[in-house]
Design a protein around this ligand. Sequence first.
Ligand SMILES: [Zn+2]
Length: 439
Amino acid sequence: MASPLCIRGGRILDPVRGIDRVQDLWIQDGKIAGLGEDAPADVRSNKSAQGMQVPGAIVCPGLVDIHVHLREPGQEEKETIETGTRAAARGGFTTVACMPHTVPPLDDRPRIEYVVRRARESGWARVHPIAAVTVGQMGERLTEIEDLVAAGAVAISDDGKPVRNAELMRRALELTRRLGVPVIQHAEDPDLKGDGVMHEGWTSTRLGMKGIPDAAESVMVARDALLAELTGGHVHVAHVSAARSVEIIRRAKARGIKMTAETAPHYLILTDEAVEGYDPRTKMNPPLRSAKDRDALIEAVADGTLDCLATDHAPHTEIEKDSDFDAAPFGIVGLETALGVLLKALVEPKHLSMPELILRMTANPLRVLGLPGGTLEAGTPADVTIFDPARRWTVRAAEFASMGRNTPFEGWELKGLVLLTMLGGKITYRAQPLEVSAR
Ligand SMILES: [Zn+2]
């Protein structure tokens, strides 16, 4: 039996179980042993126990991000499973689900198994692969979905592109319904999107840039709500950006349709006006939209219409992102700024309480994928995040563990510093020499 570890003096937040109090957290053999007096007596009296003092810090289940691009295989110049999961750990995340939008895409069993194996070798976070809906993400022919799920895929998605063909989407939903996994849709009508590069509105007109109307997203969300109703399948809408999409999702849920959804931190704090400096680090798909959209998203996160938060972490090389706005690829990194940005966007202005935010970053995203976890319950793996909500820090992309430096938040001062990330009892990130000593 290894030495138990006691995390002392932190504010324990375990929203699934309604726990919010200052208490000790005991960890033993990679698992949660219990809170305070609830930990077994032999653990608490163990002479070799170690202690860690974290007064003022929040101790919560490890954060979960179900929408990241790890770029491996095929685009290791942008990111690898190793660097992407290091970035996850630095951002307080213990679990990520990675999109199949690699080169080649994750559309066959050996590629899914490769990601699972590589993730196990690097070991900085739990990695759940998401398999492609269609072969080569070409939108023509379904992959061997059952086989891919058996190999470890937790969902299917053609993210990067939508499943454009409604009949294929219908069949994918019928199949996944039996398997109990969602189809994650990058909701976008490709014809409406055209070659737009930013939100279509007053700002795009003023800047003379080609716009992407909000309807490009919302018409696809509406179609998918109808297909989910038709099939009884589960559609999860990725990176919702528009107020009209929120309206459709809210009504679909009220009708009992199995539709869940996420949004990303940047949509909750930036608007299309951020594009005014023509900085490619403000270019993502879907694009930053109007203040009205942003406010509707905040309301929808608060009332639960949007189930969870996910970063859409999309690393690109500096050369790619240094080109001019029109030519630059879509996407920004997000793992290492998510917590600070979300605290600023949602908790500081009191749109959400701290436990409500943590729930949307832990158990809720796991439930979308039908996975257990997201609590500090005794006996579960010790996936734990400790952060100081009051500590200020400045975003410096040069310090990122991610190979991607493409963030719109460079130089921002944020509150909420991750002090420590623990995966199955093993420390995967530590902000500073946080003292571990004999208790
Ligand atoms: Zn996408």
